[in-house]
Design a protein around this ligand. Structure first.
Ligand SMILES: Nc1ccn([C@@H]2O[C@H](COP(=O)(O)OP(=O)(O)OP(=O)(O)O)[C@@H](O)[C@H]2O)c(=O)n1
Ligand SMILES: C[C@](O)(CO)[C@H](O)COP(=O)(O)O
Length: 239
């Protein structure tokens, strides 16, 4: 497999963690002695098809360099943007300028430390078999209610048929995703994941079922849940 066939991880890590609160951005909170971002990067870099990672951090980030993290694969840092999509595009631009850019990218939130090797393997196999790429996602299992703004009462029940929770990683051809994000951001379109940018460009990404345990650390209550999941994954790997 040539370098160009390899996959490169793109890790947006420039958020402030407003919903988590506290002085430390959630990607740098400690889980069982390691920062969240280390768990997420290790989960990606352990996969043999992932050649390296580029991490987008805030211009005000004082945590990354202080961590002095070492990896056995290349991990580079770029400046993130005001929105997650811009952070991702900045990383894609850096990859595009490499002497031999990777053909595919695996975009993964720095705050999803519980992604499993099996999910990566299944996503890479399906996404790269289709030019439109693909994403990990989880089918909606609960009845969904909609509220009217400012009123904590049900306004309606939303039909959940065909609805999925988008997760990450999301895997796309570097050239196509970079162009799709440039087009969406250039048009002032708010996109909250890479698949949405690809959809706006006319692609139909594959849905690859991911684990409900692949949660995004968002609120304080998520911390203990993520620690339990990571412990359970370690216990499983030791059996
Ligand atoms: N301008 C931004 C905003 C978010 N992210 C990253 O995108 C991922 C998912 O975003 P989210 O969970 O929304 O993180 P925050 O934006 O930090 O959270 P909040 O919305 O609560 O502030 C995180 O790894 C976050 O660091 C980023 O790279 N650049
Ligand atoms: C990309 C994402 O994880 C897909 O569910 C999610 O959109 C990121 O969270 P955000 O709060 O929208 O930045």
């Amino acid at each position: 497999m040539t370098h160009a066939d390899h996959v490169y991880a793109v890790v947006p890590a420039a958020g402030v963690g407003r919903r988590m609160g506290g002085p430390t951005p959630k990607q740098y909170l400690s889980l069982d002695g390691s920062p969240v971002i280390r768990w997420s990067l290790d989960a990606l870099l352990v996969h043999p098809e992932v050649r390296g990672a580029v991490v987008a951090i805030s211009p005000d980030d004082d945590w990354w360099s202080a961590l002095n993290l070492g990896f056995d694969k290349p991990v580079d840092v770029v400046q993130g943007g005001a929105e997650r999509a811009q952070s991702v595009l900045n990383a894609l631009n850096w990859l595009h300028d490499l002497p031999t850019p990777p053909s595919w990218v695996l975009v993964h939130d720095a705050v999803r430390p519980c992604v499993s090797p099996d999910e990566l393997t299944r996503l890479l196999a399906v996404a790269r078999a289709a030019d439109d790429g693909g994403l990990l996602a989880s089918p909606v299992r609960d009845t969904l209610k909609r509220q009217n703004p400012g009123v904590e009462r049900v306004s309606s029940t939303v039909d959940r048929t065909g609805l999925w929770h988008a997760l990450t990683p999301q895997c796309f051809p570097l050239v196509r995703l970079r162009a799709a994000l440039q087009e969406a951001l250039g048009a002032g379109q708010q996109v909250t994941d890479e698949a949405q940018a690809m959809e706006l460009a006319g692609y139909r990404p594959a849905l690859v079922e991911g684990s409900r345990l692949n949660i995004k650390l968002t609120y304080p209550a998520d911390l203990s849940l993520v620690e339990c999941i990571l412990q359970a994954q370690r216990d499983d790997s030791n059996t």
